[in-house]
Write a protein that binds this ligand. Structure first.
Ligand code: PGU
Length: 458
């Protein structure tokens, strides 16, 4: 039995209410004339005060907290202050504080638009073949023997996150060890992605708060005592959130230890080119592990280095011992992808392929990339100088020493809350700030806020 749809009596006096009641009468008469299946399945909730509201099958659902990183932007957007500053999400901004679409991306998009032969058909399950080939070349190097020997399978995925997820699901299904070790700390989404994919997450020591540098001894000890075969997540460069990377010598020691213990490296490469400004230099860690002939996984993102955040374009590569194994692995990756999202989007991958295939566009990209990396480095110097000029207590040299998009300031969550409340500066509660969100104009405001936080909040 359907209750009659009207607004509560005594409220139907205004013209608006009368119109609403007429509409409700119309809706209830048209639905009662339809089939009985419609009637039971598509009942209309007449008003928010209806008794139906209390019968929701979802009424037990509790409000979830905002994401620790993306939620910072949500809070920032709600703040009406003209001086507000978003240093939460790792997204590049210009000196004017605006998001940047690279010139070379605009050019590639123009080419795509002008090409009338282009269609919007589905891509294959593993994505755009040319994109995959060029992505592997970008991370492993043009002369990589693994590529030449066809031992690498590369599949286009939904940016870095999607690549990690597909790789993790493949490992959970087909690899004998389901434990993955992630650095402490790491990008907040890593544990969630890996756990939901079916892996069990453990941590290895990485950052030393006392030195604000690498806890190399702790890292070696923890990886040394990991069970044989365990998977190890490594940030290829520009470690997030700490901005602390091993030196090449340290990478070499990590490689030797991992190979001797048969630990499986899973590289997350979300910042190639952003750490040093050089695409090759930032891929050194990965290339070291591939050069020894061993196996590994690599998740690549074009969100930062091409500024293609919202295009969701990335790649997962699995380097295998033989071409035969690589072919079989690829066939299984397709079974992971197909029920997840069927096949990836075409536009972003076409932009990347257009840039990577063309010598001129490629070289233009490297110049724009270097300019972004340099601007971030210059922000590091400006912020450090501004704090020194204010006599802010503490040693701030880590701002310059750390690399990539972020500075792990060492500010505690109380100080972060204070800076947000009093200075409208938004950042993650672990004290990480995105240097890419800063500009010469906003450095003084941030330095004032840090100075006040350090001197007034313990
Ligand atoms: N891996 C690491 C180490 C990252 O820092 C990020 C992005 C990703 C993967 C995923 O990037 P995709 O956009 O999926 O390619 N981290 C940024 C962006 C915001 C977020 O948390 O997704 C950050 O601010 O930490």
């Amino acid at each position: 039995m359907r209750p009659e749809l009207t607004l509560p009596t005594g409220h139907a006096s205004s013209p608006t209410d009368r119109r609403l009641n007429a509409l409700l009468r119309h809706l209830s008469s048209s639905s009662s004339s339809s089939s009985s299946a419609m009637d039971t399945n598509n009942s209309i909730s007449p008003s928010p005060t209806s008794a139906f509201q209390h019968d929701s099958v979802f009424s037990h659902v509790v409000q979830a907290p905002e994401d620790p990183i993306l939620g910072v932007t949500v809070a920032y957007n709600k703040d009406p202050s003209p001086v507000k500053l978003n240093l939460g999400v790792g997204a590049y901004r210009t000196e004017e504080g605006k998001p940047l679409v690279l010139n070379v991306v605009r050019k590639a998009e123009q080419q795509l638009v002008n090409d009338r032969a282009r269609v919007k058909e589905y891509l294959p399950i593993i994505g755009l073949a040319e994109f995959n080939k060029l992505s592997a070349k970008l991370i492993f190097g043009a002369d990589s023997p693994a590529i030449q020997e066809n031992r690498v399978t590369t599949v286009q995925c939904l940016s870095g996150t999607g690549s990690l997820r597909v790789g993790a699901e493949f490992l959970a299904k087909h690899y004998h060890q389901r434990t993955i070790y992630v650095p402490l700390p790491t990008w907040g989404n890593h544990p969630k992605v890996f756990t939901l994919a079916g892996l069990s997450v453990k941590t290895y020591r990485y950052y030393d708060p006392a030195t604000r540098g690498l806890n190399f001894q702790g890292l070696l000890e923890d990886l040394g005592s990991a069970p044989a075969g365990a998977i190890v997540l490594l940030h290829a460069c520009a470690h997030n959130p700490t901005g602390v990377d091993p030196t090449l010598q340290q990478w070499e020691q990590i490689r030797q230890l991992m190979r001797s213990k048969k630990l499986l490296p899973f590289f997350d490469s979300a910042y190639q080119g952003f750490a040093s400004g050089s695409l090759d230099a930032d891929a050194q860690s990965v290339r070291m592990f591939v050069a020894d002939g061993g196996e590994c996984l690599a998740a690549q993102s074009y969100a930062k280095n091409m500024g293609l955040y919202g295009e969701r374009v990335g790649a997962l590569s699995i380097v295998c011992k033989t071409a035969d194994v690589a072919g079989k692995v690829e066939s299984q990756l397709k079974l992971v992808i197909r029920p997840m999202y069927s096949n990836p989007p075409i536009h972003g991958a076409s932009i990347v392929a257009a840039i990577l295939r063309d010598r001129n566009l490629y070289s233009e990209w490297t110049i724009e990339l270097k300019a972004m990396a340099d601007r971030i480095i210059s922000m590091r110097h400006q912020l450090c100088d501004a704090l020194r000029a204010r006599g802010t207590p503490g040693d701030w040299s880590h701002i310059i020493k750390q690399i990539g998009m972020f500075t792990f300031t060492g500010l505690n969550s109380k100080q972060v809350t204070f800076m947000t409340k009093e200075y409208h500066i938004y950042m993650t509660s672990d004290g990480r700030i995105s240097m890419a969100g800063l500009s010469s104009k906003t450095v003084p405001h941030l330095a004032d806020a840090i100075h006040a936080a350090v001197t007034r909040v313990v």
